[in-house]
Design a protein around this ligand. Structure first.
Ligand code: GAR
Length: 187
């Protein structure tokens, strides 16, 4: 399966996906970021669909359609969000029904949203982890494919806890995507 990966950040999850041998045909980003450099240094095509507005005038469906257009240009069959920080609208779910995946740095359905690690620490939970799920128009709410827990320590900072979670994501997310792309996991 031809996989398109969406990134916004450092691209460490993307690196793990690349190393696992997944057939990544394009990496799309909403901003200039290290993730694009990771793709380029692995000779993977990149597309920057820059998000210009974070205010009330942001046209989510129009933006999403522009991302979808790029993915379709590369004949993408499965979309993997790997730290993509723009919530996408209906057009991507119409174009790729049940074929948009996400990894989230918390044990869903707890701690949805963009600040899951900070919120987990603030709540004082003793266990956190990551969730790989099918993305739907409802943010961080789609069917769960896999989860794995990590401990939260007294002296954790958002960075230390997030890194412990990412260590799991770098193993679990490629495993799920490979299972799906090799037909072992029916979507
Ligand atoms: C990952 O922890 C991923 O779960 C999270 O961003 C990180 C990306 O790390 N995604 C979200 O928070 C989505 N709401 P990376 O840039 O090092 O690959």
């Amino acid at each position: 399966m031809r996989v398109g990966v969406l990134v916004s950040g450092s691209g460490s999850i993307l690196s793990a996906l690349i190393q696992s041998g997944i057939d990544i045909c394009v990496v799309v980003s909403d901003r200039p970021c290290l993730g694009l450099d990771v793709a380029r240094s692995n000779a993977i095509a990149t597309e920057l669909v820059e998000r210009k507005s974070y205010g009330g005038d942001f046209d989510r469906n129009d933006y999403t359609s522009r991302v979808v257009e790029k993915l379709l240009n590369y004949k993408v069959e499965l979309v993997a969000m790997a730290g993509f920080m723009t919530i996408l609208g209906e057009p991507i779910f119409d174009a790729f029904p049940n074929k948009v995946l996400n990894t989230h740095p918390a044990l869903l359905p707890s701690f949805k949203g963009a600040h899951a690690v900070e919120a987990s620490l603030a709540a004082g939970v003793k266990l956190s982890g990551c969730t790989v799920h099918i993305a739907t128009p409802q943010v961080d709410a789609g069917p769960i494919l896999a989860q794995e827990a990590v401990p939260v320590f007294e002296n954790d900072t958002p960075a230390s806890l997030h890194e412990r979670i990412k260590e799991v994501e770098r193993r679990l997310y490629p495993k799920c995507i490979l299972e799906i792309s090799q037909g072992g996991h029916v979507l």
